[in-house]
Structure formats: C-alpha cells, structure tokens
Design a protein around this ligand. Structure first.
Ligand code: GLU
Length: 508
C-alpha cells in the first residue's frame, strides 16, 4: 500500500512591509490545498534579512489573516510541534547545515570584499558581460577553493568576514518538477553561486528556507512565480543534503488591470483600488496605503475574488464561499499565465456578498458608519433603511453615503439638479403637494402617492420636474429610492420642515 505523506504547507512571508494581495492569494491557495487534503497550514516568518525588517509588519500579517478568516494550524502566534516558527529564533540551528555542505564539497567559504566584487562587476560590464560567481570565475576569486588550506584557516581564525556560497557542479542540467509548469530545466553554468550563510551567523533565505521546509516536514511548496528562479538552487540543496524535496507549485503573477506588468505595491492607490488587505501606515514616512478592510470590502468577497485570480473551478460558477472553495480547489486548474486584476469584478463580488450577508452583521457595519458620522439611531429604524437601501451599496462606507438623508436633513442642494429641476412655480407646487400629503390622515404612502399624482396630472405639471424638486428638498440631490418611502421613513413633519427649508434656501 502506498503511504501518502501528510500534506503540510506553509505561508512564509518576510516581514518587510504590508502584505501584498498577491501574497494573500498565495496563502489562500496554500490554505485551500491544506484543508482539502486534511493537511496542516503553517505560518512561518522569514526574517533572516534583518536589514529589511519593518516594525509592525509581522503583527500586520497576523491581523490580516484574522480579518480574512483564514486560520493557520501552526506557526507564529499559534505554536505547534515544529517551532520556533520565526527564523530569527531558529538562528543557532542553521550553522550545522552550512558546515555540512562545506564539509561535503557542496559549498565553500568566500572572503571577497564587496569592493572587490564590485570591481569584478564593473570589469565585466565594460566588456558587455555580466559577472557571475561560478565554476568559471571561482578560481580567480578569494575563497576556500582558490586559497590554500592554511590561508583559509588563517582567515577564519582571524575573524575575517566571510560568506558560504553554494558550489554548483559545472555544466549540470537541473530539472525542477513544477505542478503547474511541468518540467523546468536550467543549466548550472547559468547560475550564480548563491550565498547561503554569512559570518554574522545568519543564514540567507535559501538555506533557512530549505532547512525549515525539511525540518517542518513541508510536503508542498506553493509560492509565487518570482521564486521560480530560486527553485533550481533549492532542488540542488535537497540533493546535497540527501533529503526528499517537497513538490513545487509556482503561482502565476497578479497583473495590473491592463495586463501590462505585475501589480506592484505602488500600483494600488494610483489605480484606484487597494493592494493591501488592511490599511498600512509606513512607520518611516507616515504614508498611508489603503486596505480592503478600510475601503469597505467584506473579507469573503476578497477571498472569492482572489481565489478566481489565477484559478477557476472549471465551470462558470463565480460566487463560491470558502468551504466550497476548499472542495473545488485543484492545482490542475491554476493557470500558467498571469491574472489581471479587475476592479469592476471586485466591486461586483463585494456587492454580491453585501446582499448575501446576514442582517445583524450588516447592521453592525451600518451602525458603525452612522456612529462615525455622529449619528445614533433606533435599531429598528436603521434596519428598515438597511432593507430599503442595501441593494445600492457596493462598499460599506456607502451605507452612510447613500442613506445620510434618512438620518440628517440636507443642508446643501446639488446645484446641477436644482438648475435642471427647480423652475419658477416650483415652490408653490411643493407647498401645495405638502398640504395634500398632510391631509392624508393617518399617513399612508400609497394614498399620499395617489393624491399627489392626482394633483400633478390634474394641473398638467411636468412630472419629472416637480417630483425631482420634491426629492431635492428631502435628499439634497436627485437620487434615492421611491419618494413616498422616504416620506414614510422620515415622517410627514420632517418632510414639511425640509420642504420649507429648501424653498427658503433655494429661493431666498
Ligand atoms: N520569504 C519568502 C517570501 O517572502 C518565501 C518564499 C517561499 O515561499 O519560499 O515570499
């Protein structure tokens, strides 16, 4: 019987700033794959590059997944049997692996100063070539392959700074088996002897990543396409250690809406949509970048939209909740080409999920928006407006933007609407219509409607003009649901006040 290894996948961000939504999608695909296979989903923080560390980034990452409702089984902030899950806390364990590689001829010490390397780069450039630290240049550089044993000992004993580099065998065809791309081949002569370890005791990403994936028993590495160039080195490292490599899947890029290039961290606010799950305040510059949460997206809409950016269920189905995504997901249906971000689609998803959301939950959002604007209203009334208006809401802040006049009287009137609709005689007609409405006792919106219609038709008035000027008085603009619904909600007295105020303001 074939014994399948337990599925264990990880999301391994570096805390170098806010999380890009491409990273969120990577995490999501890992999550879906893990849950579908009763596997484990792990959060590992890759913080070996201390120079790129940004305070607050790790907390941000954790908060983002909490908001999205994507739960890790193990990792930073959760714990588990394979910890610690933060690479800086695993620092002491990497040295032995670097030593193993050196001792077994898979790696070597290199003592070249940054200046010396820069000079080599310049030299190569002058000849229109690119300098590479590899089998063809190693002997001419300062390392444990070119120096004598004694010289190396002496350098190490004197505390000279060094790095440990991987020693690619010359002219070797390396094959990466990728679950999305199939076989990807590259010759080792094209590859640079990457740095694995530094004399400050820190491994680089490559060494730490492989050691951790192995010791954490990761079965599948699902990550962004930008890591594909690193995959041959990783395959070689597994070979060097004599470890079974996990299976690899490199996800297609997320592209700008026009398909021209990858969606970068700077694109979002420039193109009118967030590229980060949560708002981010840069600790150095204080600059704010918008987030999906603060822009009024529901987390399930963001998840659904991201799931379909690069994957499809093989059917036309678009609205798919998280448990269903877990069932339908398959790596086979991930596309090889990049996926264009589509703002209209994002908006559509959010609108759909707002319509599907539970009334109490929407009330919490709505009430939150009202409070932000200093309004506290009776719950039943808010729920009534919610039912009336939710269909018009695409993003949570619109719960205020589309409904404010149900709670506070307008103080300004849209000049364009006034210009178009408010005619000589309008004031007189509005006063008359108000009298007709007040005469409907007790108030009834259908009866009031019919009575006003009789007046408008009986006097052969321009229906669009009078009804819209009435609307301008109540709403401040030519928008909103049925006029008599508004009157019923705000009440006849308040309607009368608004009509008088509009007449006084517009026709002083
Ligand atoms: N630390 C890498 C990143 O920031 C992880 C790449 C990988 O998944 O191997 O994306």
């Amino acid at each position: 019987m074939l014994i399948m290894k337990k599925v264990r996948v990880r999301f391994a961000p570096s805390p170098t700033g806010p999380l890009h939504i491409g990273g969120v999608r990577t995490a999501l695909y890992n999550y879906l794959f893990a849950k579908q296979n009763n596997g484990d989903f792990i959060l590992r923080i890759e913080d070996t590059d201390q120079t790129r560390f940004v305070p607050g980034a790790e907390e941000y990452i954790i908060e983002a997944f909490q908001w999205l409702g994507i739960r890790f089984d193990e990792g930073v902030g959760i714990g588990g049997n394979y910890g610690p899950y933060k690479q800086s806390e695993r620092k002491p364990m990497y040295k032995q692996y670097a030593d193993y590689l050196v001792d077994n001829g898979w790696a070597y010490y290199a003592f070249d100063t940054p200046e010396a390397l820069e000079a080599r780069r310049k030299e190569a450039e002058a000849q229109k070539k690119t300098f590479q630290y590899d089998a063809s240049t190693r002997q001419g550089l300062c390392n444990s392959l070119s120096l004598s044993k004694e010289e190396v000992e002496e350098k190490l004993n004197s505390g000279a700074p060094y790095v440990i580099r991987f020693k690619y065998p010359a002219n070797l065809d390396i094959t990466v088996h990728d679950m999305i791309r199939g076989e990807v081949k590259i010759n080792s002569n094209l590859l640079d002897d990457k740095v694995l370890y530094k004399s400050d005791g820190m491994p680089t990403y490559h060494l730490a990543n492989i050691v951790d994936d192995h010791t954490m028993e990761i079965s599948h590495v699902i990550r962004g396409e930008e890591w594909l160039p690193s995959a041959p080195l990783h395959v070689m490292l597994y070979q060097a250690f004599g470890w079974e490599a996990p299976r690899f899947a490199h996800l297609p890029l997320l592209l700008k809406p026009d398909g021209n290039g990858k969606l970068s961290k700077r694109d979002g606010d420039r193109l009118g949509f967030p590229v980060f799950p949560l708002q981010w305040k840069d600790p150095k510059s204080g600059d704010i970048s918008s987030g999906y949460r603060e822009s009024g997206y529901l987390p399930e809409a963001v998840i659904n939209m991201l799931a379909l950016l690069g994957w499809n269920p093989g059917t036309e189905q678009e609205l798919i909740d998280l448990p269903t995504l877990v069932k339908l997901f398959s790596i086979d249906n991930i596309s090889k080409s990049g996926a264009k971000f589509n703002l209209e689609k994002a908006k559509w998803f959010n609108h759909q999920y707002i319509q599907l959301a539970d009334e109490e939950r929407l009330f919490t959002y709505f009430d939150g928006e009202l409070r932000k604007h200093g309004v506290s209203a009776d719950k039943e009334y808010v729920l009534h407006v919610q039912r009336l208006m939710k269909e018009r809401v695409h993003f949570i802040p619109e719960f205020w933007e589309q409904t404010s006049y149900f709670f506070v009287a307008p103080t300004e009137y849209d000049p364009q609407a006034v210009k178009k609709r408010w005619k000589p005689g309008t004031a007189q007609h509005l006063r008359k219509m108000m009298e007709i409405i007040q005469a409907v006792q007790p108030f009834d919106k259908l009866k009031a409607h019919d009575a006003v219609m009789d007046y408008v038709q009986g006097n052969e008035l321009n229906m669009g003009a009078v009804m819209n000027s009435f609307r301008i008085a109540l709403v401040g603009a030519a928008k909103g649901p049925d006029l008599f619904e508004i009157i019923a909600a705000i009440g006849v007295e308040e309607t009368a006040r608004r009509v008088s105020r509009a007449i006084e303001t517009i026709e002083p």
